[in-house]
Ligand binder design. Structure first.
Ligand SMILES: Cc1ncc(C[n+]2csc(CCOP(=O)(O)OP(=O)(O)O)c2C)c(N)n1
Length: 341
């Protein structure tokens, strides 16, 4: 397993980022946590629908997305808001999407981020298709797809990996192995010792990284993205991380895992080790922490206000994001929905 920055903030290999970039990414980690906690609070107030928190997985998402070019494709899941935001997805649309507003699933051009997939595993083939299409058009844009350990049991994962391997598609498969697929532990998911080793069967490199180590995640993703961009094919990255919160706001993790387990992972917090690292290099202070937390909170509040200021989409809106031309039966249902409103 690749590790560069230990949980106590010590370097065990050369840092792949300079201090300015590390500082920027630390701010992004702080921002991601603020967004995530606010979303859970909003759900509890009835202002968001079910929410899937990613606390504990911030470095996996921020560190990997930081290795992309701004116009690369990103195809993720319901738990990947931090990566989507890093790649330019407007924050107000992220919130709107979580209220069930279809407009939240459609970022403005030229943002190449697909709406989050709720269907486990179904999105990976799309990432492969997007990366392949870019190649056929002579572009060097790549795609990254995020998924959990549970998604590797879906047929879609194997189809996507197989196709990408055979056609040398410039797609990075980024698995956030957060230990659990709702209540199913990773050990019940696959008999493979690691998820990374599944890459061998598809003829591509696989690497396991400490997913709570910003530097390791960035370094592995940067290498995989470069490989993809040079036309050398796909890579599978398994980021070892942990979902500190519930699966969603509708879940109670105390029913299937121990507090000791969560507490152990809390000690491997992805933000804390970067904070120590910066602090030891005189790039962190309590005042600055308070300042960036206040800024994050204000930005998040602003985005929530913008999302809540959108005109209600109306019942007919659910039909509009599905087809370019509505089939007659849905057109009829749309008309009936409008009449009933
Ligand atoms: C095809 C499909 N089957 C089942 C579900 C219900 N479901 C939602 S999330 C989830 C677990 C997914 O776990 P994992 O892929 O490890 O990702 P994580 O939620 O841990 O990020 C399941 C079974 C679904 N959304 N889609």
């Amino acid at each position: 397993m690749l590790q560069i920055l230990t949980p106590s903030g010590d370097l065990v290999a050369e840092a792949p980022l300079d201090l300015d970039m590390t500082t920027r990414l630390y701010r992004a980690l702080v921002f991601a946590r603020a967004y995530d906690r606010k979303s859970t609070a909003l759900q509890k107030q009835g202002r968001l629908a079910t929410y899937a928190p990613f606390e504990g997985q911030e470095a996996a998402q921020v560190g990997s997305a930081a290795a992309l070019n701004p116009d690369d494709w990103l195809v993720g899941t319901y738990r990947d808001a931090a990566a989507m935001w890093m790649q330019g997805y407007p924050l107000d649309l992220l919130f709107a999407g979580r209220t069930g507003d279809e407009r939240g699933g459609s970022p403005p051009e030229p943002i190449n981020v697909m709406p989050p997939s709720i269907t486990v595993g179904g999105h990976m083939v799309h990432a492969v298709g997007l990366a392949w299409a870019e190649r056929l058009q002579g572009s060097d844009r790549v795609a990254i797809t995020y998924f959990g350990d549970g998604a590797t049991s879906e047929g879609d994962f194997h189809e996507a990996m197989n196709f990408a391997g055979v056609f040398d598609v410039g797609c990075v498969f980024f698995c956030q192995n957060n230990g659990w697929a709702i209540s199913m532990p990773r050990e019940s998911q696959t008999a493979s010792e690691t998820i990374a080793q599944k890459a061998i069967a598809y003829g591509m490199p696989g690497i396991q990284v400490d997913g709570n180590d910003l530097f390791a995640v960035f370094s592995a993703t940067r290498d995989a993205v470069l490989r993809a961009r040079l036309g050398e094919g796909p890579t599978l990255i398994e980021a070892m991380t942990y979902r500190l919160g519930p699966h969603t706001t509708a879940d109670d993790p105390s029913r299937y895992r121990t507090e000791d387990e969560s507490a152990e992972w809390r000690r491997k917090d992805p933000l804390e080790r970067v904070r120590i690292y910066l602090s030891e290099r005189d790039r962190w202070s309590e005042e600055w922490q308070a300042e960036i937390e206040a800024q994050a909170s204000a930005e998040v509040e602003e985005a929530v206000a913008a999302a809540e200021a959108l005109d209600p989409p109306g019942v007919a809106g659910v039909f509009d994001a599905m087809f370019a031309d509505l089939p007659p039966i849905l057109a009829e249902q749309r008309r009936m929905a409008e009449e009933a409103e």
